[in-house]
Write a protein that binds this ligand. Structure first.
Ligand SMILES: [Zn+2]
Length: 252
């Protein structure tokens, strides 16, 4: 334990200062992340030429900047102002599309603000989600707007300004019925909020597993895809070492 009493990394990670300009070397992590989350409006890290990871008060997502607009994954609840500030720090393009990665309110709750902002700029926000998420929203009587573009469950994809985004739904999911991973294919980034909290103790807050039985299968499904960066929304920027560490604690 260091003098600042920071917990040690479970994966012996190497930490760096966050940078909105310099692309992160795969496997490295953001240093002092917990303190940054509690004291700074947002933490922003570039992952590729056109993609960034952003976190605000321990809730994070990724976004991709195209020629005309930006695509954001998660319209996180309660941190809209910070997230749009982070996006505006790297582009003057409007956020033109958003993904509901799964239907839980903490990951989609600020959607109305994104819809309004788009309207003010004269267009309708595109909202992309799986058919399973739409179904889950209907069952839960969700008050949030339904997706404008629905993807086939459990596998489908869409294009956003030259980027291919693949939906990899977990047919038997641990976290929620519609839980899924989203692969930004050309960027080699996988985003699966609440699958795993990289660089945190295993099962801390459980990354909320409704059905723990399938957690291991879901981790292995993501492990098998082609990516260099793992975004779990919570925790640090992840790599396969984080999944290895988590799998060491699963029962089988
Ligand atoms: Zn969730």
């Amino acid at each position: 334990m260091s003098a600042s009493a920071l917990p040690e990394s479970p994966t012996n990670a190497t930490y760096v200062e966050p940078s909105a300009e310099t692309i992160l070397t795969p496997g490295l992590k953001i240093g002092d992340l917990l303190r940054r989350n509690m004291t700074e409006p947002y933490v922003l890290q570039r992952l590729s030429q056109r993609s960034w990871w952003v976190q605000s008060f321990n809730y994070g997502t990724v976004f991709f900047v195209g020629e005309r607009g930006a695509l954001i994954f998660d319209t996180l609840e309660g941190v809209y102002d910070n997230i749009v500030k982070a996006v505006a720090a790297v582009t003057d393009k409007p956020i033109s599309a958003a993904v509901y990665p799964h239907y839980h309110a903490d990951h989609i709750g600020d959607i109305a603000k994104y819809v309004d902002a788009a309207k003010k700029r004269g267009f309708d926000l595109e909202i992309i989600a799986s058919s399973k998420t739409r179904q889950s929203m209907d069952l839960a009587n969700s008050s949030f707007p339904r997706p404008t573009k629905e993807l086939k469950w459990p596998r489908d994809s869409f294009q956003f300004e030259g980027l291919t985004v693949e939906l990899h739904g977990f047919e038997w999911a641990a976290h929620s019925d519609d839980h899924s991973a989203w692969l930004l294919r050309e960027e080699r980034i996988i985003h699966s909020p609440d699958l795993i909290n990289p660089d945190q103790p295993p099962f801390w807050r459980f990354a909320g597993n409704e059905r723990f039985r399938f957690h291991e299968d879901n981790l292995k499904q993501v492990y098998g895809l082609e990516w260099d960066y793992l975004s779990g929304s919570h925790g640090n920027i992840g790599s396969r070492a984080d999944i290895d560490f988590q799998l060491a604690f699963t029962p089988i």
